[in-house]
Design a protein around this ligand. Structure first.
Ligand code: SF4
Length: 251
């Protein structure tokens, strides 16, 4: 069990380390109690490749929101088969099924925060209860929130979040893909530089910000996985409790 001081010291030390060194340390420190998450978009591929080479059989958490592009599923199937991945599919809890069936078309547009909470944040919260450490692929150059992240981040519930690519830039991702001849998501060449769910992702121009196509024009830049997922003051969760109460849905 690492102390907070040790975690902070390792995190500072890793600022000058390579992603591979950070993942190797994570493997030694957490052995079977570690998982990574992946959305199987192009920018996810380098971390997915290096982490599953260093830790064979590493659980890869994939959030199946039900709103993904068909191309994402096909790409995921291909990578899973070719690389022999151990993918764990995460889905919303069943108590949301009736609500989602009744609001499936409008929910991503009318209340994307709630939609992301019940389709992404809550399933990930539940899945990570089974692990001591979580490898994530965020980078500081992606958003203002991510620019403030640390390589090792102890969450409120004791889970250690590990961000091996935090200091990589977009160019590092492309360089690694080319050096290792890795595949790209099929929509990448059509202008989808960052790919999430179909209702919330659009193609962008060559010089646009990498994440400009996510929730474009809606004032939203994060789904919640890398912001307030572990906060006890999660606004979306408060709303969830209200909805569950008013709809008399069993949890
Ligand atoms: S990205 Fe859009 S469709 Fe996907 S969970 Fe969030 S709001 Fe819903």
């Amino acid at each position: 069990m690492l102390s907070v001081q040790e975690i902070n010291e390792y995190s500072s030390e890793f600022e000058t380390g390579t992603p591979q060194q950070i993942i190797e340390w994570a493997a030694r420190s957490f052995s079977a109690s570690i998982a990574m998450s992946s959305s199987f978009q192009t920018q996810s591929i380098p971390l997915l490749y290096m982490a599953t080479r260093i830790i064979p059989g590493l659980p890869v958490l994939f959030i199946d929101t039900g709103y993904h592009f068909w191309d994402t599923f096909m790409f995921r199937e291909r990578i899973e088969h070719e690389w022999g991945l151990n993918i764990v599919d995460l889905r919303r809890t069943p108590h949301w099924d009736l609500f989602v069936r009744q609001n499936a078309r409008t929910l991503p547009v009318e209340d994307p925060n709630l939609c992301c909470f019940l389709h992404k944040v809550q399933p990930m919260q539940n899945a990570l209860k089974g692990y001591k450490a979580w490898i994530s692929g965020i980078r500081r150059d992606q958003t203002a929130v991510r620019a403030q992240a640390k390589i090792l981040e102890l969450q409120e519930d004791g889970l250690l979040k590990i961000n091996p690519l935090l200091n990589w830039k977009k160019a590092d991702v492309n360089r690694y893909i080319e050096e290792h001849d890795l595949p790209r998501h099929p929509l990448y060449e059509k202008g989808y530089r960052s790919i999430g769910c179909a209702p919330c992702t659009v193609a962008i121009g060559e010089n646009d910000d990498e994440r400009a196509g996510r929730w474009a024009g809606r004032g939203k830049v994060e789904c919640g996985l890398h912001t307030n997922m572990f906060s006890k003051n999660n606004v979306a969760e408060s709303k969830t409790e209200f909805l569950l109460d008013t709809q008399k849905i069993d949890r």
